[in-house]
Design a binder for this molecule. Structure first.
Ligand SMILES: Nc1ncnc2c1ncn2[C@@H]1O[C@H](COP(=O)(O)OP(=O)(O)O)[C@@H](O)[C@H]1O
Ligand SMILES: CC(=O)N[C@@H](CCC(=O)OP(=O)(O)O)C(=O)O
Length: 304
């Protein structure tokens, strides 16, 4: 439906004001990690999808990596399969791996693809197995319980880390106007499936594509201290201390880990932001102050 003259004028004013920001990002790659906890309701999901479609329309190259931890948990519970986490990683036996593959590669991936397509984008869903997109190897997890003086390496099953990313697949899709939507399942050298934490996949994809930004959408307004204040501009040593004293735990561990590692490896900035806020990606991109926790290699001052 065409706009009224008044609405067209308002739109033109907003767009011309946004032009410097839009031009600044045109042609740049932005990797967006859409966490399972941020996929709360249909309105927010549509707002997320529209942000992604808008990015593509204005010349940004968005790559979506999604999680789905709570959705996996729900199905495991229905199937009476017990599940637990070590250092924010789900211990994954063969039965659990089947469920992970079903939920991430099937249900969640296709839900997001449908969402973006319904909002006018051209999304293509992939797991790391498609086109050998995510080569993986078994993750060695270092775990230290309070009674131990040194951490031990433990086996948590079919949990992987990204060994290599086949960027050809992503380049081909992005250059043909498609928006890649990636489920965090990797493939090992013998063709075996690996369950990979979605933050780690997003970080690695951002790193190999030398993305402008890595945006991690979650269910909290950033990295918080014990009083609930948003923390930002931290050094690796400060982060280590926050992990040691228990301020950073669970799902925030892989998030911080991948954000620090991505900026160290050439991604311009990483952002941990609240996916429960409407249009949070666009707010992050088009305001000077941004939202949530900002991590750069220069440890710039950021905001709450
Ligand atoms: N210092 C911290 N600041 C903020 N959140 C934290 C912190 N430490 C642990 N968390 C937990 O990490 C969670 C985010 O990780 P996770 O549940 O895995 O989200 P997602 O599904 O988006 O990846 C928060 O909801 C919070 O419970
Ligand atoms: C190894 C590992 O923990 N994999 C995650 C993969 C999904 C994920 O990362 O989902 P969120 O981003 O929504 O937490 C899991 O099984 O839950």
């Amino acid at each position: 439906m065409p706009l009224s003259r008044k609405d067209a004028m308002n739109t033109a004013n907003v767009l011309s004001e946004a032009l410097p920001y839009i031009q600044q990002f045109a042609g740049k790659t932005v990797v967006i990690k859409y966490g399972g906890n941020a996929m709360i309701d249909d309105k927010l999901k549509d707002s997320f999808a529209r942000d992604i479609v808008m990015m593509k329309l204005i010349g940004i190259n968005p790559i979506v990596v999604h999680g789905g931890g709570p959705q996996i948990g729900e199905l495991l519970e229905k199937l009476a399969i017990e599940s637990h986490f070590v250092n924010g990683m789900r211990v994954t036996d063969s039965k659990t791996m089947d469920v992970v593959e079903m939920v991430l590669g099937g249900m969640v991936n296709k839900d997001i693809v449908g969402l973006i397509n319904r909002n006018g984008g051209k999304a293509i869903g992939l797991t790391g197995k498609d086109g050998m997109l995510l080569g993986a190897r078994k993750l060695k997890v270092k775990h230290k319980s309070p009674e131990m003086s040194v951490p031990e390496i433990i086996d948590i099953g079919h949990v992987g880390e990204v060994d290599h990313v086949n960027t050809k697949v992503l380049d081909m899709l992005s250059n043909s106007d498609f928006i890649p939507v990636i489920a965090p399942i990797g493939v090992g050298s013998d063709g075996e499936s690996y369950n990979i934490n979605a933050d780690l996949v997003a970080g690695k994809v951002a790193e190999v594509l030398q993305a402008e930004k890595l945006i991690l959408l979650t269910n909290i307004n950033g990295l918080l201290d014990k009083e609930g204040n948003v923390l930002t501009g931290l050094t690796t040593a400060q982060v280590d201390a926050l992990i040691e004293d228990g301020t950073i735990y669970g799902g925030m561990l892989p998030k911080i880990d991948c954000a620090l590692s991505a900026v160290k490896c050439g991604v311009n900035s990483a952002h941990i932001i609240d996916g429960r806020v409407e249009h949070s990606c666009i707010l992050e991109l088009f305001t000077d102050e941004g939202v949530g926790t900002l991590i750069t290699n220069q440890h710039r001052k950021a905001q709450d």
